[in-house]
Design a protein around this ligand. Structure first.
Ligand code: AMP
Length: 557
């Protein structure tokens, strides 16, 4: 919709970059993007104060990609990130936005991987280099000219880089680049050390900061829940089981996410629909009418599509993806608690977004309490409660109307009324899990809560300053051992692949396998302690997604 695209289209990005942004499903630039993109496009140095979740990566990636010449096969942009994980994330974002720029290559450079191929890729003409400082300095030692063609530099999460002790490495890197380059620094906080770097290495930088006014929120009960990004759908489904809602609006960031989540909800029997900027006006009105009159109970929307939506039935707002700024959080949750009613707002927070949560709390002057994902017992209680309330009204005169039939049927079948009632219940509940064991089996991959120590960057440093991904593990069930494989999401692994491989090759029953947690660069699987060594030997040559599984006992120390 042209009117919706106005936001990005007005920013004067390279047409191929704009096309990729639209294809990605973004509808509107976030506040940090609106302010940073023109500054970076104009070639200014810049200091941006923004944290993860504000859309800061696109805020620098889009204008920088727009200014790169894909015909020149030499490094033109360098993005420095504190950790390997962030470097990979940023590189992936660049690749996504550069999809329609033929000849544009991105290379991620980080510790722990062989240096030769990285250096080769840089020399072969990758125009965008995303690196952790430690490893980049190693490369500079081998080839001091490697950064001599850089025209754009971004320091991403500069405060984190300094916290990790990269100051000296940064100085070496600054010296290896042309002084005429453009430098952009992003940092969540601006302590003295960051200001000193800016003073020394940036030229008349423009400052970009998202101003936040205090916002008031009343009559809305707010809660947040920590989840890993890959578990959002299961978390939403579980929450919906126990939340007593009338109508609910779920907010996500992209068009595709509206479609995906609405489809997942429909598949579970919810009356749900997607609302995004691609949906024609008359269809949008139909969706809103249906939400008003109860033909729909859940609408999954982007911020743009939900603008002006006023449906008094909405009792719940679920922020499945984090809003870009506190104002839009307040806007979103204002969809409930209308007309003097109370509402409930739930916010899913991934480990990296916890800072954003703090900003929201500061701006709204309210604590957003943490809740845990409901466990199987809570889900079961909620299911039985729903079943009770759906059956109770049916009982009223049923004996009068169908009592004789019941007598006849039980006599004909030769069963007790209890047996017949049980059979009818089984039919009516249509295979739904209604015992604790069944509910537990249903969603075994979702942990009860996110780990306590959630910062990916609180791990210890490994060689050359890279930080190993580390999250506090979940408590283990009795008789289980935790095992680790170096295969993770970035190898294209999903939990179901690991489960399939272990079931097939290990000859285990499904119940024997506990939680499977897939992280970016590794995965954890809970296996029975009993016979573990034998099992690991059996799985010795197992391959998943074409790579050796190499499952080992994992000891936390
Ligand atoms: P960041 O703050 O850069 O870590 O970005 C957080 C998430 O927001 C990423 O998953 C991006 O893909 C997404 N994102 C960034 N900008 C937009 C936008 N304008 N519309 C929708 N999603 C966005």
């Amino acid at each position: 919709m042209t009117q919706v695209l106005g936001g990005f289209a007005a920013l004067e990005l390279h047409p191929n970059i704009l096309a990729a942004v639209i294809a990605t499903g973004y509808e509107e630039p976030s506040a940090i993007q609106l302010q940073s993109i023109p500054v970076i496009l104009a070639g200014h140095d810049m200091i941006g104060q923004a944290q993860t979740g504000t859309g800061k990566t696109a805020a620098f990636a889009l204008p920088i990609l727009s200014r790169i010449d894909p015909a020149k096969k030499e490094p033109q942009a360098l993005i420095l990130a504190p950790t390997r994980e962030l470097a990979l994330q940023v590189a992936t974002a660049f690749e996504t936005y550069a999809k329609q720029m033929p000849g544009l290559n991105v290379i991620a450079v980080y510790g722990g991987a062989p240096m030769g191929p990285q250096l080769k890729a840089i020399r072969n003409g990758a125009q965008v280099v995303v690196a952790t400082p430690g490893r980049l300095v190693d490369h500079l030692r081998r080839d001091e000219k490697v950064l001599s063609t850089i025209q754009h530099l971004v320091l991403d999460e500069a405060d984190e880089m300094l916290k990790l002790g990269f100051m000296d490495d940064l100085e070496v890197i600054f010296k290896a680049m042309p002084e005429t380059r453009q430098s952009v620094l992003f940092s969540a906080t601006l302590p003295h050390s960051i200001r000193a770097i800016a003073e020394k290495h940036l030229r008349n930088p423009k400052h970009v900061k998202i101003e936040t006014k205090t916002q008031t929120v009343t009559a809305i009960e707010q809660a947040h829940l920590l989840v890993h990004a890959d578990q959002k759908h299961s978390a939403v489904l579980r929450l919906l089981e126990v939340e007593e809602f009338d109508a609910l609006i779920a907010f996500v960031r992209t068009k595709q996410a509206t479609l995906d989540l609405a489809a997942a909800l429909e598949a579970k029997g919810y009356k749900a629909a997607a609302l995004n900027g691609d949906i024609a006006q008359n269809q949008r009105e139909r969706v809103i009418e249906s939400l008003k009159d109860g033909r729909l109970d859940i609408v999954v929307a982007t911020d743009v599509a939900a603008r002006g939506l006023d449906v008094p039935r909405i009792t719940h707002v679920m922020n499945v993806d984090m809003p870009y700024d506190p104002e839009s959080y307040v806007h979103r949750i204002g969809r409930t608690g209308r007309a003097g009613r109370t509402g409930r707002a739930l916010l899913l927070v991934t480990p990296r977004e916890r800072r954003m949560l703090q900003v929201i709390e500061r701006v709204t002057g309210q604590k957003v309490a943490e809740v845990r994902l409901p466990d199987a017992a809570a889900v079961l209680t909620a299911r039985i409660k729903k079943l009770t309330s759906s059956l109770a009204p049916l009982v009223a005169d049923a004996e009068t109307t169908h009592g004789d039939l019941l007598d006849r049927l039980t006599a004909d079948i030769g069963c007790s009324p209890r047996a017949l009632a049980a059979a009818l219940l089984r039919k009516a509940t249509n295979g739904q899990a209604l015992t604790l064991a069944e509910v537990e089996r249903e969603q075994p991959l979702v942990p009860n809560s996110a780990p306590r120590e959630r910062s990916e960057r609180s791990g210890e440093r490994s060689e050359r300053g890279d930080v190993r991904e580390r999250r506090a593990p979940m408590p283990l069930a009795d008789g289980r051992a935790r095992c680790r494989t170096a295969l993770g999401a970035r190898d294209g692994i999903a939990a179901k692949n690991l489960l399939g491989a272990i079931l097939n090759e290990g000859g285990l029953a499904r119940e024997a396998i506990g939680r499977i947690q897939v992280r970016d660069s590794f995965s954890l699987v809970e296996l029975p302690e009993d016979g573990l060594e034998r099992l690991l030997t059996k799985l010795k040559d197992t391959r998943v997604a074409g790579k050796q599984l190499k499952l080992r006992r994992y000891r936390e120390d």
